[in-house]
Design a protein around this ligand. Structure first.
Ligand code: NAD
Length: 298
């Protein structure tokens, strides 16, 4: 397959990442099927894209016709909807290995021969996901960054069996989407999250051990390290559930206790305080996603 052959793209998982991926694909002119665990959730994903674009129209940054044209490319689809015309499927569902293994088995059977199956996973082995399919040479990691429309990077992950042809087509596609590509070997966390997640987890330990307040920790990284966001703010943006899943993959796969997730992170996830997407994590957020204060005092 050549990049010119890609016309229809299916995105599985209509959360913050899947919605962003669908948006950039539709903005580039691709027809996008958007799937989630139910058609209602897929429709909700499309409404979130419409709301993001609506704000850009209000600010005069996007003509209303362009918004309407983009949205016309996005088709919410039932979880068992037809995938036989999709040239590429990008999986962006919850970062849980058993869920992705099941999705890969079932999705592969519904795709046409030669179509590419990519995962936006942050940490899970691409080779293991590819092993669930009859097309391991056409399975690849295509790791977008959050928020997808703003962040320039796409990290491509080559599984043991990923073909050169698959790498070439997906690299060309990422560039068409306006992204810059780096590549990683298939090891837990790849390049970006192997560096980032231990840092964010360490910030949880720093808070848990009472070295400083959340504001101290975040200002320390913003003003002291020149990071655009502090680690607790960034953890809330990523989603604490997703962060814990990634930390658990690093810990389990490397078998090294330096990757053990902080108890505080486990507790916040157990409480359902997943961060900005639910309005509460380390901080609280209003319904526009603006930070309103600290979520807890101790
Ligand atoms: P999210 O919680 O916002 O969205 C996950 C979506 O998957 C939800 O809408 C959920 O309903 C859906 N889902 C669950 N089970 C499903 C199933 N069986 N079939 C279809 N859909 C299903 O999470 P997210 O932040 O969008 O993360 C999604 C993926 O992207 C994960 O693999 C994550 O590691 C990766 N990722 C996340 C970030 C980030 O900063 N959050 C960055 C890069 C990559």
């Amino acid at each position: 397959m050549k990049v010119e052959d890609i016309r229809e793209i299916a995105v599985i998982g209509a959360g913050q990442m899947g919605g962003g991926i669908a948006q950039v694909c539709a903005a580039t002119g691709y027809d996008v099927l958007l799937l989630d665990a139910s058609v209602e959730r897929a429709e909700q994903g499309k409404r979130r894209i419409a709301s993001v674009l609506g704000k850009q129209v209000e600010k005069g940054k996007l003509p209303a016709e362009d918004r309407d044209a983009l949205l016309a490319h996005v088709k919410p689809t039932a979880p068992d909807g037809y995938l036989g015309n999709a040239d590429l499927v990008i999986e962006a569902a919850t970062e849980e290995q058993s869920l992705k293994i099941d999705l890969f088995k079932r999705t592969d059977q519904r795709m046409k021969p030669g179509a590419i199956l990519a995962s936006n996973t942050s940490s899970i082995s691409i080779t293991r996901l590819a092993g669930q399919t009859q097309r391991p040479e056409s399975v690849i990691g295509m790791h977008f960054m959050n928020p997808v429309p703003l962040m320039k990077l796409v990290e491509l992950v080559r599984g043991v069996q990923t073909s050169d042809a698959t790498m070439d087509v997906i690299r060309a596609l990422a560039e068409r989407l306006g992204k810059t590509v780096i590549t990683s070997k298939d090891q837990p966390g790849f390049v970006v999250n192997r560096m980032l997640v231990p840092f964010l987890n360490e910030a949880c330990f720093v808070l848990q051990e009472g070295l400083g307040t959340p504001e101290d920790i975040d200002a320390g990284a913003r003003l002291g390290l020149n990071h655009p966001m502090g680690p607790l703010e960034l953890a809330d943006l990523i989603g604490l559930d997703t962060l814990l899943f990634i930390a658990e993959v690093l810990h389990r796969e490397f078998g090294d206790d330096k990757y053990r997730p902080a108890t505080l992170l486990r507790n916040l996830v157990a409480a359902g305080w997943y961060g900005r997407k639910v309005g509460r994590g380390f901080y609280t957020y209003d319904d526009k996603g603006i930070k309103t204060g600290r979520a807890f005092e101790r």
